[in-house]
Design a protein around this ligand. Structure first.
Ligand code: CTP
Length: 212
């Protein structure tokens, strides 16, 4: 199979030295890319800014903003058998970009925000639609919110994680996820190393693709 995997955060610039972003480390997406490579799949990894080294056998496309991530995913989606949107894409961006550094004396009274592009919702899929896996980063009502995203985001599977925990989710080496399948069934994968979880997830993606 050919996997198109997104990972890490995006950054939305305010001026040449400042940006809005989030705490995503990219570890989960990179672990999925490595697990897919280990099972002899091809991988295109679309990565936001992270401190991780790119897996050697993946084709890695580096992006910064949500718009750049959208362009990279859209340009390669036709090749993909599976799209795994593990990236924590920014939902907001500064409404305007200041070409010169905003000076302290200007006061920073208020930063106006505009919505960033929702990649999953705005992608144009080819006729032969890939398996689409979204993630849900939640701090409350994990099952309810993840099932909601499954419907809204046209996904075959949502991998829900509770990002309010210190022992899993954002930045951690571990994760615990609630899988929400298109048919409405759910399955909990208990906390373990993201590398091990990624291996299980890739096998689940393979089986789902076979049955699409
Ligand atoms: N996502 C996306 N484009 C965005 C935001 C999110 O494609 N601008 C994708 C993520 O990669 C993930 C899924 O949508 O696979 C859910 O992301 P999440 O951050 O959990 O949800 P949001 O859509 O941002 O909704 P909310 O912030 O209200 O939870």
């Amino acid at each position: 199979m050919k996997f198109l995997v997104t990972a890490g955060p995006t950054r939305e610039p305010l001026d040449p030295v400042r940006f809005i972003s989030n705490r995503s480390s990219g570890k989960m997406g990179y672990a999925i890319a490595r697990a897919a490579l280990a099972r002899r799949h091809e991988v295109i990894l679309v990565s936001g800014p992270v401190c991780l080294s790119a897996p050697k056998r993946a084709e890695t496309l580096r992006v910064v903003t949500a718009d750049e991530m959208f362009d990279a995913v859209q340009s390669r989606i036709a090749e993909a058998d599976a799209l795994v949107m593990a990236a924590a894409v920014s939902d907001f961006k500064p409404a305007s970009f200041a070409v010169s550094k905003i000076k302290k004396r200007s006061g920073f009274a208020r930063i106006e925000l505009a919505p960033a592009r929702d990649i999953l919702s705005s992608l144009v899929f080819p006729k032969k639609k890939p398996l689409v896996v979204g993630f849900a980063a939640e701090t409350e009502s994990l099952a309810e919110n993840a099932l909601g995203k499954l419907r809204e985001k046209r996904c075959d599977l949502i991998v829900g994680n509770d990002v309010s925990r210190a022992d899993a989710g954002f930045e951690s080496d571990d994760n615990e996820v609630l899988l929400c399948f298109r048919g409405g069934e759910t399955r909990l994968l208990r906390r373990e190393k993201k590398t091990l979880l990624a291996k299980k997830l890739v096998k689940i993606f393979e089986r789902m693709k076979e049955n699409l």
